[in-house]
Design a binder for this molecule. Structure first.
Ligand SMILES: [Zn+2]
Length: 108
């Protein structure tokens, strides 16, 4: 069993995801900090389009192509980082434990 770092007991700790599933809807609304982190609705089309437009402009030797390629590339990298962060938050949420005694959330 996992010992709660606050009350130092292990008899009432449970997986946060299991506890969350048992909560009725009205209690869930009152405890948004316990909810599974949402996946951001990431849109890949716009940065990919900008990158493609930049490449096309570069091929036609327009200087604006550099701006498009740099902007699209930067946008894609920052989007990738955001997606990785969200995935890590969700993975952590699945590992977290919940103490029913003192309502503390912790990673084992
Ligand atoms: Zn506790």
């Amino acid at each position: 069993m996992n010992v709660c770092p606050v009350c130092e007991r292990s008899d009432r700790t449970t997986k946060l995801s299991a506890y969350w599933r048992t909560l009725p809807a009205e209690r869930r609304a009152g405890a948004p900090h316990l909810a599974r982190p949402a996946l951001d609705d990431e849109r890949w089309t716009a940065p990919l389009g900008l990158l493609t437009l930049g490449c096309a402009l570069l091929l036609s030797e327009a200087w604006l192509g550099f701006v498009g390629v740099a902007g699209g590339g930067f946008w894609l990298v920052s989007l990738r980082d955001k997606v990785a962060e969200a995935a890590k938050r969700r993975a952590d949420w699945h590992r977290k434990r919940f103490c029913r005694r003192c309502h503390h959330v912790f990673l084992p």
